[in-house]
Design a protein around this ligand. Structure first.
Ligand code: NAP
Length: 292
């Protein structure tokens, strides 16, 4: 049985980091300080702590400073809001993100609206979401951007292909579908109410699975030769599992592994958004000086 091409997120992410390293060196030559990322963190669970560690590690490798406002899961909504407002207003901070999950008593959508859209490195502010929807330049959610970069890195062009996205969250599924469509794929979005999921997924030349259901997609649900991107992450006693069963590797033409597929891309695109945001702010500051 031939095995699918591995969509290697670690090597694709390393290439993104290398490009960022060059851009950051150029910033230093121009006398600008390294970008600063602000994170608001209001939970206690170990999985979130691990995500924050991964972001800090990747940022440190690029010489990017990370400032974490750690509030704990009991923090009142007003305190979370104040932390986001504070980082957004701080001239020395270039990117702001609110680490999910937030405590149940804090509404994520309300909080995200308080981020300065120019610093919204997760791309969740309604202004950036709207710009993405309208096909305008925007800070794009990192996992969706990472999926497109992973495909590009492996020479896979979505143009003209039939793409199926399983999942319609604002975090992953919806922005991924928009990006695939902007790259000229013909896109179908599936969700928990989709009837006969297998019948739809079997039509996909590119199948992106972001359902949050371990091993939801088996080999019988995949078109032979399809490109399959597995976004799911599930920490189990057997280790990390994706939304796609490993046997899919025997049917697919290409498959992203878990771990080492989409995960590293998400962090790389976060740093890319941060550098983009910092450069845009620096350019606007120069424009403002000229305008005086
Ligand atoms: P989410 O908000 O829970 O959304 C899941 C989506 O999948 C929903 O739209 C849901 O449909 C749909 N769905 C659930 N069960 C389904 C089924 N049986 N058949 C078809 N569709 C189904 O999750 P998310 O935040 O998008 O994350 C999805 C997965 O990606 C999770 O495992 C998460 O841990 C992982 N993730 C990974 C990364 C990374 O960097 N690798 C980043 C973010 C998330 P409804 O809308 O109808 O409920």
């Amino acid at each position: 049985m031939t095995r699918a091409l591995l969509l290697d997120g670690r090597s694709a992410a390393a290439q993104v980091h290398e490009r960022l390293r060059r851009r950051l060196a150029e910033r230093v030559r121009r006398g600008l300080r390294p970008p600063v990322l602000g994170i608001v963190w209001a939970s206690e669970d170990e999985a979130t702590a691990a995500y924050i560690r991964a972001k800090r590690r990747a940022a440190a490798r690029l010489g990017v400073e990370v400032r974490v406002r750690r509030l704990g899961s009991q923090a009142p909504a007003a305190e979370v809001a104040a932390a986001v407002r504070g980082l957004s207003a701080d001239r020395n901070v270039d990117g702001v993100l609110v680490q999910s999950p937030l405590p149940r008593h804090v509404d994520f959508e309300d909080i995200v609206q308080l981020i300065d859209p120019a610093k919204d490195v997760d791309g969740f502010h309604p202004l950036n979401a709207g710009r993405l929807f309208r096909g305008r330049p925007a800070l794009v959610p990192c996992t969706a951007a990472g999926i497109l970069e992973l495909l590009r890195h492996h020479g896979i062009d979505p143009a003209g292909r039939r793409a199926v996205v399983v999942g319609r969250s604002n975090l992953v599924g919806r922005p991924t579908a928009l990006l695939l469509e902007q790259h000229h794929a013909t896109v179908t979005v599936c969700h928990s109410r989709t009837r006969d999921l297998a019948e739809v997924t079997r039509q996909a030349e590119i199948l992106v699975v972001a359902a949050g259901r371990p091993w939801l997609i088996g080999p019988e649900m995949v078109r032979p030769g399809a490109v399959v991107v597995d976004v799911g992450i599930h920490r189990t006693e057997a280790g990390l599992l994706g939304d796609v069963h490993p046997d899919v590797a025997g049917v697919a033409g290409a498959l992203s592994p878990v771990p080492g597929g989409v995960g590293p891309m998400t962090v790389a695109m976060l740093l890319q958004n941060l550098v983009d945001a910092a450069e845009r702010r620096a350019a606007e500051a120069v424009d403002a000086t000229w305008a005086r």
